[in-house]
Ligand binder design. Structure first.
Ligand code: ADP
Length: 492
């Protein structure tokens, strides 16, 4: 059992708060990892001040030197990979294979960002005037707040912290209440990598209290948030009042479109992977399958067969294919949506309740659930559930499929299953999502490829890949006149 501490100004400090939350293993709530104290607003302010005080020296540290520290962090992550994967599974519930995959992605992201430190280039621009030119410099904002969710508690913090640091910002990191252990370990490794005191500060606690305090602090110049749409939009509104920069990655309701000419087994397996992988608790999870009538019966019977065969259990067991829901609140929320689906008249083909069986009684396990004949106006077709629940919408043809697929306030990712190149390119053109996949699941991404969504899913610059540093830098334009004379022409 550990008592998690805040990391402020380079010191591991115990919070003075008396309000505590237990960090429980969602596969077995009798397994307690530790206790988190919900930090006070004053402690959150202390973290912002520490970051503020560290900013001047950090911004003046050459970018390649900053990158070297992030590169060292990547190597330490590599060395600690198995340990962190075990903590991640025990804390969040995903299977060990999924945790190892998340670690691999995090290492790639850290390596990629470390390399970007040597490419923090601007551009030189020709002038209309002789003996004049202009150039641009990328500069950091100052203190940035990084607010992260529990579902990818290693990868998401790393894909925000690494570019923020490389760009020369100092950081206040507020992870989700449910995943303090992974957050603490990330900060320990960054400390070991040689990050100067105060450059990265961790505050553990409630979003409504310290998250609110941090996002409203005048010294916080930019906020990168991943989480629910309700919180993201609130934060965006608050930040707008004082002109702070915001990047939000919020909800999703990702569709797959399945056409009659597709490789049906591939479509079924990929949809199941997208819907039930990571227990459906991914921003990129498949939550809607839009299937043309001609093959809908066969599609649903095959996917139900796969869903019923899934081995549910503790993610630490190598046999397990699907772990638990992260905590009781989310668990109840998923079951609530299953009830809503039934009440709204969707046809539940499998799952629909708490999973029972050996060693499942003390965890938050839900059966993989498939609803058929879901109509676009039903809540289970519109609202993000964040659990292993798939809604099948039957449609007449491609045009109807596109209407159904785009009938969503969200726009993160999508995929199509077809072998018709014309349909593929019509789909790519028409689909309203920030990312899309052809004949593969809606999930998955790579460290060097931009990630993000449109509509109510995403606000601000894309994360990761060639765009990873966009949010964390401001552009300064410099005009240079080397004539040594009063300017003769006019520039408007
Ligand atoms: P989820 O449903 O994934 O838990 P939330 O949006 O509630 O989504 O949480 C995502 C992150 O936002 C967490 O770190 C949480 O503590 C934080 N958070 C929640 N409410 C606020 C708020 N009002 N201001 C800032 N951060 C918040």
């Amino acid at each position: 059992m550990t008592d998690y501490r805040n990391f402020i100004g380079g010191e591991w400090l115990e919070s003075s708060s008396c309000t505590t939350v237990e960090n429980l293993n969602p596969a077995n709530i009798n397994d307690r990892l530790g206790t988190i104290k919900l930090s006070t607003r004053e402690e959150a302010r202390g973290a912002v001040e520490a970051a503020y005080n560290a900013f001047r020296d950090w911004r003046n540290t050459p970018a390649p030197t900053r990158g070297k520290i992030v590169a060292r962090f990547a190597r330490l992550l590599e060395d600690d990979k198995e340990n962190l994967a075990q903590i991640l599974t025990r804390e969040e519930g995903k299977t060990l294979a999924e945790s190892r995959g998340e670690l691999a992605r995090s290492i790639n992201v850290a390596e990629f960002c470390a390399g970007e430190a040597r490419r923090l280039n601007g551009e030189t621009i020709q002038s209309e005037l002789p003996a004049n030119f202009a150039y641009t410099i990328k500069e950091p904002h100052g203190v940035v707040a990084l607010i992260t969710p529990w579902n990818f508690p290693v990868a998401i913090p790393v894909w925000k912290i690494a570019p923020a640091l490389v760009a020369g910002n100092t950081v206040v990191f507020k992870p989700a209440e449910a995943t303090p252990a992974t957050a603490v370990r990330i900060c320990e490794l960054l400390e070991e990598a040689g990050l100067p005191k105060g450059v990265l500060n961790l505050v553990l606690g409630s979003g409504a209290e310290i998250g609110d305090e941090i996002t409203n602090h005048p010294a916080v110049k930019a906020i990168s948030f991943t989480g629910s749409t309700a919180t993201g939009i609130k934060l965006y509104e608050q930040a707008a009042r004082r002109g702070a920069r915001v990047q939000c990655e919020m909800g999703g309701k990702n569709p797959v479109v399945v056409m009659e000419d597709c490789d049906l087994d591939l479509a079924v397996q990929s949809t199941a992977q997208g819907a039930f992988g990571s227990t459906g608790q991914r921003c990129t999870a498949t939550s809607r399958a839009v299937v043309v009538d001609e093959i809908a019966d066969e599609f649903v019977s095959k996917i139900v067969e796969l869903a019923q065969k899934m081995r549910i259990g503790d993610g630490a067991n190598p046999e397990t294919e699907m772990g638990p829901i992260v905590d009781e609140k989310q668990f109840r929320n998923v079951l609530k949506y299953i009830d809503i689906g039934r009440e709204d008249g969707a046809e539940m083909l499998c799952g629909g309740k708490r999973a029972e069986g050996d060693n499942l009684e003390n965890g938050f396990f839900v059966e993989p659930t498939v609803f058929d004949r879901v109509s676009p106006d039903m809540r289970i077709a519109q609202e993000e559930i964040f659990g292993p629940v798939l809604s099948v919408l039957r449609v007449k043809d491609f045009d109807e499929a596109m209407c159904a697929a785009n009938d969503s306030q969200y726009g993160l990712t999508s995929s199509i299953f077809t072998n018709d190149p014309n349909l593929i390119f019509r789909f790519v053109q028409q689909i309203e999502t920030g990312m899309t996949h052809i004949n593969s699941p809606t999930t998955g991404g790579e460290a060097h490829i931009p990630f993000g969504g449109v509509k109510m899913t995403g606000i601000g610059a894309r994360e990761q890949g060639s765009t990873a540093l966009d949010f964390y830098t401001e552009l300064k334009v410099v005009y240079v006149d080397y004539t040594g004379r009063r300017r003769e022409g006019n520039l408007y």
